[in-house]
Design a protein around this ligand. Structure first.
Ligand SMILES: C[S@@+](CC[C@H](N)C(=O)[O-])C[C@H]1O[C@@H](n2cnc3c(N)ncnc32)[C@H](O)[C@@H]1O
Length: 287
């Protein structure tokens, strides 16, 4: 009797946990009961993430948003121009990266290479009409690009993460450049195919997403004939974490025929002792 009672008592928490974790409650339990289980699941998640684990504190992307938002509110009266707001958000993200946590943005040091590459491309007689960033994260790289482009070109940033979408969107808004940026919550290769269907050509490409996709995505862009003549391609983190196959391709015979490449030896964002490289390549046109 005692064993049966024990088993019965143990089955209650097991049943509750199973209900909370059930992936498709409506499918398993029907519409009415399934809906109540969904509500229970949502409340349990809200409880866990608001009361037990404060996601804004444990996740650096949310923590950055929290920091930038409160500092921007505090500084709002002194930020009288659009340029000042954009500058301030960029500086606050860098401040977070240097002094508060670690972020995987391009950062302020390698970011200057990105700025210079875009500025140089803008001086080209052919107009810079379309710039694309692969990998949004908190939107720092995009903000730097927006600062150089100054609303003169279409700027698309691509990232499949909904967290990046939400956080970067807010930072763009606070920096006053949300309307200058087209966000794609998608994978790089899907966006390339979409651009191809629209008959677009890329004049500036910032590659900063998954390192093992650098080369395959570059080759996809070439295969789809997406790169405009003189397109500048900036690739971050060539050494750390590293995209050795991308670098080898750029200096291979085929790569040299297609691109003229410069290597910038710098350091990992916010870590001066850890070397990294940025590659800046100019597309010479399909051979
Ligand atoms: C290094 S971070 C980007 C940093 C950003 N470019 C900056 O400088 O501020 C890499 C981002 O790439 C995103 N990512 C992963 N796979 C991707 C893909 N296939 N296409 C585009 N972005 C991707 C990740 O979600 C992550 O947010």
């Amino acid at each position: 009797m005692g064993v049966a009672r024990g088993l019965l008592l143990m089955s209650i928490p097991v049943l509750l946990v199973s209900l909370i974790l059930a992936p498709y409650p409506k499918l398993v339990l029907g519409t009415w009961l399934g809906r109540w289980v969904e509500i229970g699941q949502a409340l349990a998640k809200i409880f866990v993430f608001m009361v037990c684990v404060d996601v804004t504190r444990v996740h650096p992307q949310f923590d950055t948003l929290e920091y930038v938002t409160s500092e921007m509110r505090a500084a709002s009266s002194s930020l009288t121009t659009a340029d000042a707001r954009l500058e301030k958000v960029i500086n606050l993200v860098d401040d977070y990266g240097w002094n508060r946590g670690f972020l995987i943005n391009v950062g302020d040091v390698k970011g200057q290479v990105l700025d210079q590459a875009l500025r140089a491309r803008r001086r080209d007689p052919q107009p810079l009409q379309l710039a694309v960033e692969l990998g949004t994260f908190v939107g720092y790289g995009t903000l730097r690009m927006a600062r150089v482009l100054n609303g003169s070109s279409t700027l698309i940033t691509v990232d499949p993460s909904v967290m990046s979408y939400a956080i970067a969107s807010s930072l763009y808004e606070q920096a006053g450049v949300r309307d200058q940026i087209t966000m794609k919550k998608d994978f790089s290769y899907n966006t390339f195919r979409e651009l191809k269907l629209q008959g677009k050509k890329i004049d500036a490409l910032f590659i900063d997403h998954v390192k093992k996709f650098y080369l395959s995505d570059l080759k996809l862009a070439l295969q789809l004939d997406l790169l405009a003549q003189n397109c500048v391609v900036v690739a971050d983190n060539i050494l750390s974490p590293g995209a050795p196959d991308y670098k080898s391709f750029m200096f291979s015979e085929e790569g040299r025929q297609l691109f003229k490449t410069e290597v910038h030896q710098l350091h990992v964002e916010y870590m001066p002792t850890w070397p990294d490289e940025v590659l800046v390549s100019t597309f010479l046109g399909a051979s």
